[in-house]
Design a protein around this ligand. Structure first.
Ligand SMILES: Nc1ncnc2c1ncn2[C@@H]1O[C@H](COP(=O)(O)OP(=O)(O)O)[C@@H](O)[C@H]1O
Ligand SMILES: [Mg+2]
Length: 207
C-alpha cells in the first residue's frame, strides 16, 4: 500500500515543528478522513503530550506504536527533534513525499536555514519547502523571504501567523480549530488549511 509521508524538520528547535505536525495532520484528516497518524520522533514527546486525553481526531505515537498499527494508516506526518545532522535531513527528505522546514524570521533561524539549504542543495526543489511560522506580516517577513529565496530555497507562499491561540490549543490538547478562548483561533486554523493546500499543489507539481 502506498502511503503519503510528510515530514517536519529543522536544525533549530522551537520553530513550530510540533505545532505544524499536529495541525497539518488535523487538516489532512479533514481532507482525507481517517487514516492519518503523527509519528512522534522527538524524545521530548511534545506531540504525544498534545494528544493526551485523545481529543485529537488522529493517532499520535512513537514510531514503534505507529508501525504496530501500520495497516490502519494511509498518511503519516513525522515530527522530528531539532538539530538533525545533514545526512539525517537528507535521508528524511528522500524518504518523504514532502519535507516541510518551519522557521521563524529571527536572524539565527535564517542562519540555520542557510545551513539546511546547503544540506538539501542537491534535492529537487519540489521535494521540500520552507514555512514561515509565528509570522507577522511586514517588512521583516518580506526581507526574511527574500534572504531565503536568494539562497535558492523554495519558500511556501502560505505562512502561519503568530498567535497565543496555538499555546491555548496545546494547553487544551486540541487543534486550534477547537479553541474557544481566542478570537483569532479560526484564522490560525485557516493558515494551516492554506499550508496543507499548498503542500498538495507542490506535491502535484513534483509528480
Ligand atoms: N504560530 C505560532 N504562534 C505563536 N506561538 C507558536 C506558534 N507556533 C508555535 N508556537 C509556540 O512556540 C513554541 C515552540 O513551538 P513547537 O511547535 O513546540 O516548536 P518545535 O517543535 O520546533 O520545537 C511553543 O511554545 C508553541 O506553542
Ligand atoms: Mg517539537
Amino acid at each position: 500500500m502506498s502511503r503519503l509521508l510528510i515530514s517536519l524538520a529543522s536544525l533549530k528547535g522551537g520553530v513550530g515543528k510540533t505545532t505544524s505536525a499536529i495541525h497539518i495532520a488535523g487538516c489532512l484528516t479533514e481532507r482525507l478522513g481517517a487514516g492519518v497518524a503523527v509519528v512522534d520522533r522527538d524524545r521530548t514527546r511534545s506531540a504525544t503530550s498534545w494528544s493526551r486525553g485523545s481529543k485529537l481526531p488522529f493517532f499520535v505515537g512513537t514510531q514503534d506504536a505507529v508501525f504496530k498499527r501500520a495497516d490502519e494508516f494511509t498518511t503519516l506526518v513525522i515530527d522530528s527533534r531539532g538539530g538533525l545532522e545533514n545526512d539525517e535531513l537528507q535521508e528524511m527528505a528522500e524518504a518523504s513525499d514532502f519535507l516541510l522546514l518551519p522557521t521563524n524570521v529571527e536572524y539565527m533561524s535564517l542562519d540555520a536555514m542557510a545551513q539546511t539549504a546547503e544540506a538539501l542543495g542537491d534535492l529537487g526543489h519540489q521535494a521540500f519547502g520552507v514555512l514561515f511560522t509565528m509570522a507577522k506580516p511586514g517588512k521583516r517577513l518580506d526581507t526574511a523571504r527574500t534572504v531565503l529565496e536568494e539562497l535558492g530555497l523554495p519558500v511556501m507562499a502560505a505562512t502561519v501567523r503568530v498567535s497565543d491561540a496555538f499555546k491555548d490549543a496545546s494547553e487544551q490538547s486540541v487543534l486550534v480549530r477547537d479553541v474557544k478562548t481566542n478570537k483569532l483561533a479560526r484564522s490560525c486554523w485557516e493558515d494551516y488549511l492554506a499550508v496543507t493546500e499548498e503542500l498538495f499543489q507542490r506535491m502535484e507539481q513534483s509528480r
